[in-house]
Design a protein around this ligand. Structure first.
Ligand code: GDP
Length: 333
């Protein structure tokens, strides 16, 4: 990140030094700052990010429906990586936190070993009002962790709605965790997820359970077949492997595939992917901000109820209502 000419204010400077030195308290405070939506904090966060040293990490998204074993898997993978000398950051993008203010992901109690590992840093999902807001905070938290020397960042998300696409847009490799189901394996797996995944793991293939293993292998075969149809024309066809997070079995094999995907991208490919993500993210942020402004615009609020009622009653066409709302928004500021 380019360093601006202007030196940072004293509190930001202190935070920059703390983060660069890898101090946990400073990392925590810096992430709290970038998560804040208060205008004053947003300005400070920008200042912070401009002055943080650039870091680099392997950025991996991990997705799957609740109960598929994400936190157990991340605990096994994270512990493995820290024992190999890596510093691992775990972030979460949780759409439920947007609605309820509570978060089901990234909870420290779900990863008890990793939570006390000095070389791991777990942060639950921010509840920043919108998915765009959460994404903004997460991307910035990633920059903080990288500046603090974390060289692997795992971004966890649940397989619901738009959050997977959002996370796929901020990581190098997107890992989809699934489990074997009886009957049609592909049932319930959205085609969209096959389009954005780089590596797929069929989890809960426990080594001591031959039935589960057989089912998992069957599911993996079926998924491989589906992927060849959906992604066969691409230079990288996502590998499908089996694993058991609970038994730490096959977890290393999943990581090997993540590394293989990075090797496939190569340095130039990775740089290009990240650059494109930056551009996409720029526009996503703009769209999110515009939507917020639209929602909060007093001129729009003044006519919203009446127009909604008229459209609902069939008294006004949608196109006319939309024009009126946009006019109110445009002339307001
Ligand atoms: P998450 O909601 O996706 O984070 O899933 P969790 O990691 O919390 O796991 C949900 C449940 O599945 C828990 O009861 C885990 O103990 C169990 N589980 C996780 N991984 C495995 C596994 O590899 N094998 C088996 N048999 N159970 C697992």
């Amino acid at each position: 990140m380019p360093t601006s000419e202007k030196p940072p204010s004293a509190p930001v400077q202190e935070l920059v030094e703390g983060v660069a030195a890898g101090r946990r308290a400073a990392v925590s405070r810096a992430i709290t700052l970038v998560e804040s939506t208060a205008p004053k904090h947003r300005a400070q966060a920008r200042e912070l990010l401009t002055h943080l040293p650039a870091g680099d990490a392997v950025r991996v998204g991990i997705s799957g429906v609740p109960g598929v074993g994400k936190s157990t898997f991340i605990e096994a993978l994270g512990t493995r990586l820290t024992s190999q000398g890596h510093k691992v950051g775990v972030l979460a993008v949780d759409p439920s936190s947007v609605r309820t203010g509570g978060s089901v992901l990234g909870d420290k109690t779900r990863m008890s070993r990793l939570a006390v590992d000095p070389n791991a840093f777990i942060r639950p999902s921010p509840s920043a009002g919108t998915l765009g807001g959460v994404a903004r905070a997460t991307v910035q938290a990633m920059a903080v962790l990288e500046a603090a020397g974390y060289d692997v960042i795992l971004v966890e998300t649940v397989g619901v709605g738009q959050s997977e696409v959002t996370v796929a847009g901020m990581v190098d490799t997107f890992l989809f965790l699934t489990i074997a189901r009886t009957g049609d394996q592909l049932q319930g797996i959205k085609k969209g997820i096959l389009e954005i995944s780089d590596v797929i793991a069929v989890n809960k293939a426990d080594p001591g359970d031959s039935d589960r293993q057989r089912e998992a292998r069957g599911a993996a075969r079926e998924l491989s077949g589906a992927l060849r149809l959906v992604r066969g024309m691409e230079s990288w066809t996502p590998p499908v492997v089996t694993a058991s997070g609970l038994n730490d079995d096959g977890v290393d094999g999943v990581w090997e595939q993540v590394v293989a995907h990075r090797d496939h991208l190569g340095e130039a490919g990775l740089a290009e992917k990240r650059a494109r993500q930056q551009l996409d993210f720029t526009w996503a942020l703009v769209r999110d901000e515009l939507e917020q402004r639209l929602r909060h615009s007093p001129a729009v609020r003044a006519i919203r109820e009446t127009l909604s009622a008229e459209v609902l009653a069939g008294e006004m066409p949608a196109t006319v209502a939309a024009d009126r709302l946009l006019e109110a928004f445009d002339t307001a500021d």
